[in-house]
Design a protein. Structure first.
Length: 151
């Protein structure tokens, strides 16, 4: 899937979406993790990898990922690829619920932007919800962009 908004292009290949969908299908509770990939010129962001990060706090409607674990995966991939593969954002599932982000989701997206904004101009949050709906929520500086697509 390709999403374009305000001079940015986000590419999420089908195989990544399929991989994420397997986590949606295989879990009654919310699961989530991080999205990794490359970005060029602050314009094109391509997701090339995902990681599922088990959380101690996961319930059917709530997911909070393990920050340390996420950071160690990000560091590892960054080193292994000489800085080509970076952190691009987050993903989680909304089992049997709309893919629309909750208020908490949007707050955490802006908190992440606040943390990484000096190195990463854009962060994204992908939410897999019911009826094959998926929402892509993108934050660039202080502006949010979003779309919902079928996976
Ligand atoms: Zn959510």
């Amino acid at each position: 899937m390709i999403f374009r908004a305000n001079e940015i292009t986000i590419i999420i290949p089908e195989d990544i979406i399929c991989e994420l969908n397997r986590y949606y299908i295989g879990n009654e509770k919310e699961v989530g993790g991080i999205l990794l990939g490359r970005f060029a010129g602050g314009i094109i962001y391509e997701v090339t990898e995902m990681a599922c990060i088990n959380s101690l706090h996961s319930t059917r409607i709530h997911y909070r990922r393990d920050v340390k674990k996420a950071q160690s995966i990000i560091n590892k991939r960054w080193r292994e690829t000489n800085g080509e593969i970076n952190y691009l954002g987050e993903w989680h599932t909304h089992p049997n619920m709309f893919a629309t982000p909750s208020t908490t989701d949007m707050e955490s997206l802006s908190a992440i932007m606040h943390k990484v904004g000096n190195v990463l101009p854009v962060v994204m949050l992908l939410i897999l919800g019911a009826n094959n709906n998926t929402s892509l929520n993108v934050r660039k500086e202080n502006v949010n962009y979003a779309c919902i697509f079928d996976r």
